[in-house]
Design a protein around this ligand. Structure first.
Ligand code: FES
Length: 169
């Protein structure tokens, strides 16, 4: 199956989403859970990812879209230019994810669940993304960083934000 423009088939987030869907045995009634997981991994649900889920579950796209728009906990638009998601599931929490999250909040003057004032960065937290062996996990745009350290995460965020500033300038 073709992945969307938003994602390539080698995207680790897509591989994790596929694993979750398999774990749910492709059940149509797991749609809300699957949408939650997709949002946790990608930061939001765009039409390509909803289309992907509709194909893999063999559901009409209009149904998937209808469910995603019905519940206000689903975000249908990307927030900041860059999306950072920190896993706060048990394994990641135990391995220091909360500390990484606090450092990001301090360094970039942003709170979890928010987008900064110039729309450069959104910071989200998620429950387990199914990669506990690599805890703590932080997702920076399309990259899943396993065994993340504060230093690695900060320098990666600075480099992606820096790149976007150069592109914008
Ligand atoms: S708790 Fe973070 S991946 Fe499982």
């Amino acid at each position: 199956m073709n992945a969307s423009k938003m994602i390539s088939k080698d995207d680790k987030r897509l591989i994790m989403l596929d694993a979750f869907i398999r774990k749910q045995q492709f059940k149509k009634d797991a749609l809300i859970e699957i949408l939650h997981t997709a949002q946790d991994l990608f930061g939001y649900l765009d039409k390509d990812i909803m289309l992907y889920i509709s194909k893999i579950l063999n559901l009409p796209a209009s149904h998937v879209y209808g469910v995603a728009t019905f519940y206000n906990f689903f975000k249908l638009r990307k927030s900041g230019t860059h999306v950072i998601t920190v896993c706060l599931g048990t394994a990641c929490y135990v391995k220091g994810a909360e500390e990484i999250l606090s450092v990001i909040e301090r360094e970039f003057n942003i709170k979890r669940g928010e987008t900064d004032t110039n729309n450069r960065l959104s910071l989200f937290v998620t429950r387990c993304i199914g990669s506990c062996a690599m805890a703590p996990n932080v997702i920076i745009d399309e990259e899943v960083i396993g065994r993340a350290s504060k230093e690695d995460v900060l320098s990666k965020i600075k480099s992606v934000v820096g790149v976007s500033l150069i592109e914008a300038g």
